[in-house]
Design a protein around this ligand. Structure first.
Ligand code: SF4
Ligand code: SF4
Length: 231
């Protein structure tokens, strides 16, 4: 993945839907403009690698460089993103081209979870989106095909870009710090397909059944009111 053409291969190996359900239909009613949250740059601005950006520009008109609503917003996000990535925006969820979704689109809401010992054991979620992303509140709908492709894709990526492994190792450490301070455990979907809670302090894993997985924000409220239409 140091060469734009390799992204075609990477994309073709990471194309399984996250679930047999269209999760965009589950979260979008909670967004005021009706868009799935991860396809609305007011909530999440995708990034692409510079080589990925070359590949996309050569093959589709789906994407353009993202600009904030003012220079201050643009500069802030520019300063926070990694130097080898570009902030982008697509034409919108009504014009999505599945085969040209970015790697970040395909992985969302998950990231590779790396232990303090440096092992890529599973995936966890971007916790800032717990109140918006329906999938985070319904982890049991994530398909085995998606999980297999997620692991194969990131194994391949880390092999070629070891600095990405370090970036996710740092992000995992940050999650442990944040959750440790909040006295929360980290939800993990393990490579073995099972769900675990990770204790941030010592990394201990505790197996949990799918029926014991938590829900968040409006999805927790809907479930408590029995409006949960998960299946
Ligand atoms: S991944 Fe989450 S935020 Fe994105 S469409 Fe699915 S439920 Fe909505
Ligand atoms: S490319 Fe598709 S999945 Fe990605 S942000 Fe745009 S509409 Fe959403």
């Amino acid at each position: 993945m140091r060469n734009p053409g390799e992204f075609a291969l990477l994309y073709s190996g990471f194309d399984a839907p996250i679930s047999h359900l269209d999760c965009g239909k589950k979260c979008s009613p909670y967004n005021e403009n009706g868009a799935p949250f991860c396809c609305d740059t007011r909530h999440a601005v995708p990034t692409v690698y510079t080589e990925e950006w070359v590949y996309l520009q050569e093959n589709t008109d789906l994407w353009h460089v993202w600009q904030g609503s003012d220079a201050q917003e643009t500069n802030l996000l520019e300063s926070e993103k990694p130097h080898d990535q570009v902030l982008v925006e697509c034409l919108g969820y009504l014009k999505c081209q599945r085969s040209f979704r970015s790697l970040t689109c395909r992985a969302f809401p998950f990231f590779p979870y790396i232990t303090r010992e440096g092992e890529f054991i599973g995936l966890s979620h971007y916790w800032d989106f717990e109140d918006r992303c329906w999938v985070i509140s319904n982890l049991k709908v994530v398909s085995p095909e998606y999980l297999a492709e997620f692991f194969t894709t990131f194994d391949r990526l880390f092999n070629v870009r070891p600095e990405e492994f370090q970036a996710f190792q740092y992000h995992s450490m940050t999650m442990r710090r944040v959750f440790g301070r909040k006295h929360r455990t980290i939800l993990l979907v393990h490579r073995n397909g099972n769900f675990y809670e990770v204790t941030p302090r010592d990394g201990r894993l505790r197996h949990i059944n799918a029926s014991g997985l938590p829900k968040f924000g409006p999805y927790e409220i809907a479930a408590s009111l029995r409006f949960d239409d998960e299946e």
